[in-house]
Design a binder for this molecule. Structure first.
Ligand SMILES: C[S@@+](CC[C@H](N)C(=O)[O-])C[C@H]1O[C@@H](n2cnc3c(N)ncnc32)[C@H](O)[C@@H]1O
Length: 303
């Protein structure tokens, strides 16, 4: 362990010098991955067991390859997802929006709620919903064939680890602009983490070089895809259905106004991520949702 601790300390210095945000945590995660133990079990690695492949993987991280590409894994809510070249690495901020959708679905008085995840990538959002809302049916829409392969793989392994998700998540190929025509007016929740970075913005090397371009760039103001999603959500949702859309920290006001009352939305709200930054907008589709039946209590409630 002494040797491994020394190597981890040296790797931490190298990663910090390369501009990595969390050098110690990344060095420990790489050490754990290479030695086939959990991060909390690194003490168990004896000096004689030190695996020099540690330094190959540290060099990859030093070149700013994402940690998740090195380990091949990303964690999202209760899921362990496979990720790598060709798919967007799911982010912690998206867990908060997904949690909002999960709570809303759990509160909904609908036997088998229908959900559309527009731009599913690794299927992180779709699978988290299927795992945590066992009655939900989730349509995971994705245009990129490489990303769809990762999504398919994750859906298959989740069906083994959480059998109640089997058959509940369907991948729908193609552009979300025309997605799911047969479900128009029948969807309970539309959720999306779309590309929203304004073209020309500076992003870290992990993002620029490893996340697929189609997952990142959203036109001049970053909101091209959000505007499309607003129209798609309006078409897909039943009256009273809910939409949640992620955005960049400076886009909260602009996205709020995209889900405007004049377009048929009500109860539009801004939400923050765990770091307190504006991160997603939710809204409800107005329309002729059935009025609650007061029955016997009607007089009491109206006088
Ligand atoms: C920011 S990533 C989000 C992936 C995943 N939902 C997540 O949160 O980790 C956006 C995803 O949307 C997909 N995408 C972008 N434009 C699309 C479009 N017009 N139709 C369908 N998918 C699209 C990209 O390929 C990418 O996988």
């Amino acid at each position: 362990m002494t040797l491994l601790l020394d190597e981890i300390a040296a790797a931490t210095v190298r990663l910090a010098e390369a501009g990595v945000d969390s050098p110690r945590a990344d060095a420990e995660t790489i050490a754990a991955h290479v030695h086939g133990v959990g991060r909390g079990e690194l003490q168990r690695v004896a000096d004689g067991e030190f695996d020099p492949r540690f330094w190959n993987e540290v060099a990859r991280r030093e070149a700013r390859e994402p940690l998740q590409h090195i380990t091949g894994l990303a964690y999202f809510r209760y899921l362990e997802l496979e990720v790598g070249p060709g798919v967007f690495v799911p982010r912690p901020e998206t867990e908060v929006m997904t949690g909002w959708a999960i709570s809303s679905l759990q509160d909904m008085d609908v036997a088998e709620p229908v959900v559309a995840d527009l731009g599913t990538g690794s299927a992180a959002i779709a699978l988290a919903i299927a795992q945590e809302v066992p009655r939900a049916r989730v349509h995971a829409v994705e245009a990129d064939p490489l990303a769809r392969q990762w999504a398919q793989r994750n859906i298959a392994s989740c069906a083994n680890s959480a059998p109640h998700t089997r058959g509940r998540v369907t991948i729908d190929e193609g552009d979300f602009a025309g997605a799911l025509p047969s479900l128009s007016g029948a969807v309970d929740v539309v959720i999306s983490n779309p590309p929203y970075i304004p073209v020309g913005a500076t992003v870290p090397p992990e993002v620029a070089e490893y996340d697929p371009a189609g997952a990142l760039w959203g036109g001049e103001d970053g909101l091209d895809a959000v505007r499309v999603i607003e129209g798609v959500a309006r078409r897909l949702l039943r009256p009273g259905g809910l939409v949640a859309v992620e955005h960049g920290e400076s886009q909260g006001a602009a996205v709020y106004w995209i889900f405007a009352e004049e377009r048929g939305w009500r109860d539009t709200r801004n939400h923050k991520d765990l770091a307190g930054r504006d991160r997603f907008v939710t809204a409800q589709l107005a329309g002729s949702e059935p009025e609650p039946e007061w029955k016997d209590g009607w007089h009491e409630r109206t006088v």
